[in-house]
Design a binder for this molecule. Structure first.
Ligand code: IFM
Length: 453
């Protein structure tokens, strides 16, 4: 029996993204994206793995959606591959790409699963990259046209469209750290990409609202990381504040306040030039659903390791770590309450709906002798994080939903297939799907709208 219950109508769901699951990278008229290019560049991905086939969702979507329905899922956040619909990013539409997402959405609806469509989960058309990519302002306008096209074709069956997934990662992992496509290492490019991605959110929101025949809610999902100073020293505290500005406020402030911390830092100003044009910040500040993707926290000290911002991440002892991060459930509570206190509660106009749109853990699951996946670590992770979501709700934070990342194991970007996040185990050789213990457990949580902790 659950001993914590979520509010009535709490939205439970799962999430995934096109490049990580679809495969069929060059089938049926799909164009090349920056991720197709990146994975085919030697040395970029662990073991040289690619999303060429991924988990073959392009061909197996019916079976996958049937499995979602079997587990009682009612909401699914997925992304469309821009290059399946517009192989060159603009211009010629690919009818087979439109037909695929028609089939996908119709199959979801047939199973009473509400599609939460996301327009961009990092797979920029290579043609647009060749013209300058996100660091160029024109890309934001191309994105708005793509948003209009998606609304025109699929909007009749959608109540929600997310513009971007984790714009900070697209901008910084792709243009400053160089670990993601397009693999640049240039702070100026990252800042320009960041601003143009957010601008494209505002332009797309306008395009969607103009094209839609009924009200469609506009969302965005942000990777947010509560930042803690490594010590009480003033230097570490200031370092933590800088990281908070450049990781969290850089996306939250424009979207929710119409301001940007980019203008606060003398060291950053020289990179900006005339990047932020009059009217941009007003355009960006439009949002119906704020999606929070939470995985871990950052503990930060002052250091010259990351130049310009002069910070370094430290990894404190004492907590459990997953394949990728420190496990820190309290951080989710801290993040949700901070968003409420700093951004939602002070607003005079209607605050966007708040949801957790990603949360999950990579653990090295495997099939046991009897074909079962006993992923107790994931269940423990989820219990602890859902407890913190519930705690935030009890304390007045209006969290309306929770989406697990991810439904099935999939391609984890630069880390290839080594990190498994799914509620469903995928045998990458045979593509056989097996529901993990966590999948059955999560199904019960959704059904009972609560859990035992
Ligand atoms: O797999 C990613 C996803 O694409 C975006 N959010 C974080 C996940 C885990 O790293």
């Amino acid at each position: 029996m659950p001993n914590i219950s979520f509010p009535n109508n709490f939205i439970w769901g799962v999430a995934a993204s096109a490049y990580q699951i679809e495969g069929a990278w060059n089938e049926d008229g799909k164009g090349v994206s920056i991720w197709d290019t990146f994975v085919h560049t030697p040395g970029k991905i662990v073991n040289g793995e690619t999303g060429d086939v991924a988990i073959d969702h392009y061909h197996r979507y019916k079976e996958d959606i049937a499995l979602m329905a079997e587990l009682g899922l009612r909401h699914y956040r997925f992304s469309t591959a821009w290059t399946r619909l517009l192989p060159n990013g603009t211009g010629q539409v690919n009818p087979k790409g439109v037909a695929f997402y028609d089939r996908l959405i119709d199959t979801l609806l047939k199973h009473n699963i509400e599609p939460y469509l996301c327009l961009f989960h990092w797979d920029l058309p290579q043609t647009l990259q060749d013209q300058g990519g996100w660091p160029k302002r024109e890309t934001a306008y191309a994105f708005a046209d793509y948003a209009r096209l998606v609304t025109k074709h699929f909007g009749d069956r959608l109540n929600v469209i997310f513009t971007h997934n984790e714009p900070w990662v697209a901008a910084f992992a792709g243009h400053f750290f160089g670990e993601h496509a397009p693999g640049q290492k240039d702070l100026g490019a990252a800042l320009r990409a960041q601003h143009h991605i957010l601008l494209s959110h505002g332009l797309a929101a306008e395009a969607i609202r103009a094209e839609a025949k009924h009200p469609i809610k506009i969302g965005i999902t942000l990777n947010l990381t509560p930042v803690y100073p490594a010590s009480d020293s003033k230097k570490d505290q200031e370092a933590a504040a800088r990281v908070d500005a450049i990781m969290n406020r850089i996306v939250l402030d424009p979207l929710l306040k119409g301001t940007t911390p980019m203008l606060e830092f003398k060291v950053i100003k020289p990179f900006l030039g005339n990047l932020i044009q009059p009217g941009d910040l007003e355009k960006i500040r439009t949002l119906d659903i704020l999606g929070v993707n939470y995985y871990s926290r950052a503990v930060i000290k002052h250091s010259s390791k990351i130049p310009i911002v002069n910070v370094e991440q430290v990894h404190p002892e004492g907590n459990e770590y997953s394949g990728m991060w420190e496990i820190f459930p309290e951080g989710l509570y801290a993040l949700l309450t901070r968003i409420q206190n700093d951004y939602l509660a002070p607003r005079e106009d209607a605050a966007p709906t708040l949801m957790v749109t990603e949360n999950g853990v990579p653990v090295p699951d495997g099939l046991d002798f009897d074909g079962r996946v006993r992923d107790e670590r994931r269940i423990r992770y989820l219990k602890n994080h859902l407890f913190q979501v519930h705690r935030a709700i009890q304390d007045g934070v209006p969290v309306k939903g929770y989406f697990h990342w991810s439904f099935m194991d999939n391609f984890e970007w630069a880390l290839g297939y080594g990190q498994r996040f799914g509620l469903v185990y995928v045998d990458y050789k045979t593509q056989k799907r097996t529901v993990k213990d966590s999948g059955r457990w999560f199904a019960r949580v959704m059904e009972e709208n609560g859990l035992e902790v």
